[in-house]
Design a protein around this ligand. Sequence first.
Ligand code: MLT
Length: 406
Amino acid sequence: MITINPHYQKLQDSYLFATISKRVDAFQKANPDREIIKLGIGDVTLPLPSACIDAFRQGVDEMADEKTFQGYGPYEGYLFLREKIAESDFAKRGARISADEVFVSDGAKSDSANIQEIFSNDVIVAIPDPVYPVYLDTNVMAGRTGAFEAGRYQRVVYLDSTKANGFVPEPPSSAVDLIYLCYPNNPTGATISKSQLRSWVDYAHQNKALILYDAAYVAFIRDPSLPQSIYEIEGADEVAIEFRSFSKTAGFTGTRCAYSIIPKVCRAFDQSGNRRSPHQLWERRLSTKFNGVSYPVQKAAAAVYSETGQKQIRELGDYYLRNAGLIRREMTALGFDCVGGDNSPYIWVNAKMDSWKLFDLLLSEAGVVCTPGAGFGACGEGYIRLSAFNSYQNVEKAMVRIKSAL
Ligand code: MLT
């Protein structure tokens, strides 16, 4: 008899953005004449920068010529891309990361979902609440979370991110093994200071823990005092893995390219307490399960680091941040308490009511899609997330509609 993975039965509902998409589709079907503005899922709307498109085309042309054709690429990504990443995203900011510590992939979603596989099933996982649902759900699927009772998984240590702690939780008082952090944060848009991040790195050293640091939204940081990488903190290379993505940075949500950093000195332990290398384990996993990102896509990603590419991605980020600023100003003027939107494309809005209720109200009365905070965890109840990923014209229109609906 073929039996299913019993842990899948502990998952709640469907994946958050799939649920929202179904609700929006049903509304559109029932109201075919209504024009809907989507400020829900963080999906970019502007095209790829021309520097990336030119390199993408060149990569395709090379695939059409026997002399330059590429078959399987390196599992960890082409060196031409990894060298640029190490130099521009890390060395220039004083973080010592080398090209052979970079693993190119098809997305920060898959990397942050898959990484837990290399750790033992009995580790204690600390997960922020609210949180990008992938971190929690993949640990549920792996059987690490225990049963879901009274709204929470019993073996998970939740890191409540609330107004009281400025949406940046402190390290827990108990010992945990695997810690998920994401800054600029999805969904709250909050950022972390260097000293706050240092307290997490210290905690990981003291507790032999490991931090999974999701920096997918780093391109929106404009405050020069904020850390862009966890490796800007001394000693983080031993205790942290970092995820980055070209999705929001350069419009690659549909093109797919991202990377993870696993320093060679990063450590985990075997059952006898001996040091083991997550770098080696991830390399082993990758070569078994993955055949790399396509050559033209990696060419396109490498173009992000050209002078023109850097200028163009800065303009992309500025465009969405202008939207974010408008959303935050308008929602604040309507009497809502907001976080984020300054160094982040997300604005976390205190809904002053049940979060699904405000979701329904905005959809039916304004034709605007947001993400209900409750979908990100218990601490998200009473909040909604508005995303700045849309055209400025649509954001302006959405704000006018929200104003008249409320
Ligand atoms: C989000 O809206 O939270 C993100 O777009 C989801 C993702 O990046 O997978």
